[in-house]
Write a protein that binds this ligand. Structure first.
Ligand code: CP
Length: 336
C-alpha cells in the first residue's frame, strides 16, 4: 500500500491526527468488507512482524497474527522467556536488531510505570514502525476498534452520543488503566459526550484526564466525572462497565517505591465496591436502546451479569472484539 503513514509508530492515537485516524477507519471498513466477501488482501506479502508479549492476550495476539497472515505476511509470536530479554537485553538492542530483520515491531508491556517507557525506548531506536499492543497508559488498538464498532451501530456522526465508561468490580487481577484512558482521549475527538464513573480510590491518571478535556474542546465532545454508577447510567446510549486497578491513586514513583503496600491497599479498596456491577437495575436506567461494550475478557458476574452480556439486543461485545482484526490490519497495512 502506498501510504503516507508508512513507518509511523502507533503508540497512542494522540500522535495521530484526526485525518490520519479517519484514513484508518476507511481502511478498516474496506478490509472488513473484503474479509466478509473473501476477497484476498495481500497488502504486505512476505513481510515480517515481531510481536513481544510480556502479558497474556487472546484478542490482541490473534488479531495481529491472523491479520498478518491475511495480509500475506507473517507474525512471530514472542514472549519474554523466549528471548534474551529474560537475561536483561535492552529495549534499544532488541529494537535495532528486530527492525533490521523484519518490517514492524509490536509489543504489550503493561507494567505500571514501565510499559509505556519500554515501548517509547523501542520506538526511539527502531527503523521500522513500533506498535503498542497495550501498555500501562494506552491501548490504541482497542480504542480504534471500539470507535469503529460505535460507527457501525450509531453511524459516523457521533456528535452528542452519550457514552458511559464505568469502573466495575472484578476479582481477577489489577487491570491497567489503558483502556478507559484511550477511550476518554479518543471518543470526545469525535464529538462524543463521555461520562466516567469510578469510586474515589480508582481515578484515571490526572495528565490523561486533562488532555482528554482539551481533546473534548477541540473535537466538540464533552467529558464529565461522577462517583455514582447509577447516575452515570441514566440516559446512556452506550455503557462500558469495566474494572481497572487503583494505580491512578498513586504517583508512579510512590507506587514503584512501595509496590507491595500499594497493591495491598488497592485490594482492600477493591473489596468496598462489590456492588459496582452492570445489572438489570442499572441497564434500565440507561436509554431504552442502550448497547453494552467491553474490551473483554469480561469478569462475568462481577463487572456485568451474564443476562446482559449475553443479551443480543444489548451486547455488542463480539462485534467489538472482531473489529480488533480489521483495525489491526488497517494499522499494519498503512504503516508497514
Ligand atoms: N481487549 C484485549 O486487549 O484483549 P486481550 O487481552 O485478550 O488481547
Amino acid at each position: 500500500m502506498n501510504s503516507k503513514l508508512k513507518g509511523k509508530h502507533f503508540l497512542t492515537c494522540e500522535d495521530w491526527s484526526k485525518e490520519e485516524l479517519d484514513l484508518v477507519f476507511e481502511t478498516s471498513f474496506d478490509l472488513k468488507d473484503k474479509f466478509k466477501k473473501e476477497i484476498p488482501t495481500r497488502i504486505l506479502p512476505d513481510k515480517t512482524l515481531f510481536m513481544i508479549f510480556f502479558e497474556q492476550s487472546t484478542r490482541t495476539r490473534n488479531s495481529m497474527e491472523a491479520g498478518m497472515t491475511q495480509l500475506g505476511g507473517h507474525a512471530h509470536d514472542l514472549t519474554e522467556d523466549k528471548m534474551q530479554l529474560s537475561h536483561g537485553e535492552s529495549a534499544k538492542d532488541t529494537a535495532i536488531i528486530l527492525s533490521r530483520m523484519g518490517h514492524g515491531i509490536a509489543s504489550r508491556n503493561c507494567f505500571y510505570g514501565i510499559g509505556r517507557k519500554y515501548l517509547q525506548e523501542m520506538a526511539k531506536y527502531s527503523t521500522r514502525p513500533v506498535m503498542s499492543l497495550q501498555d500501562d497508559v494506552y491501548h490504541p488498538f482497542q480504542g480504534i476498534a471500539d470507535l469503529m464498532t460505535i460507527f457501525e451501530y450509531f453511524g459516523k456522526n457521533t456528535k452528542n452520543l452519550k457514552v458511559t465508561i464505568s469502573w466495575a468490580y472484578a476479582d481477577t487481577h489489577s487491570k491497567p488503566l489503558s483502556v478507559p484512558q484511550s477511550q476518554i482521549l479518543l471518543f470526545p475527538r469525535y464529538g462524543i459526550d463521555v461520562t466516567v464513573a469510578h469510586p474515589k480510590e480508582f481515578p484515571l491518571n490526572k495528565n490523561i484526564v486533562n488532555k482528554a478535556f482539551e481533546n473534548a474542546k477541540v473535537g466538540g465532545g464533552s467529558l464529565r466525572f461522577t462517583n455514582d454508577m447509577d447516575e452515570a447510567f441514566e440516559g446512556a446510549q452506550i455503557v462500558i462497565p469495566k474494572n481497572w486497578g487503583g494505580f491512578g491513586y498513586y504517583d508512579v514513583d510512590e507506587y514503584l517505591k512501595n509496590e507491595s503496600e500499594c497493591k495491598k491497599e488497592m485490594k482492600s479498596n477493591l473489596e468496598k465496591y462489590k456492588d459496582w456491577i452492570c445489572d438489570d437495575h442499572r441497564i434500565k436506567l440507561a436509554d431504552r436502546n442502550v448497547k453494552l461494550m467491553h474490551a473483554l475478557p469480561a469478569d462475568r458476574g462481577h463487572e456485568v451479569t451474564n443476562e446482559i452480556i449475553d443479551d443480543p439486543n444489548i451486547s455488542i461485545v463480539y462485534d467489538e472484539a472482531e473489529n480488533r482484526l480489521h483495525t489491526a490490519k488497517a494499522i499494519m497495512s498503512l504503516t508497514m
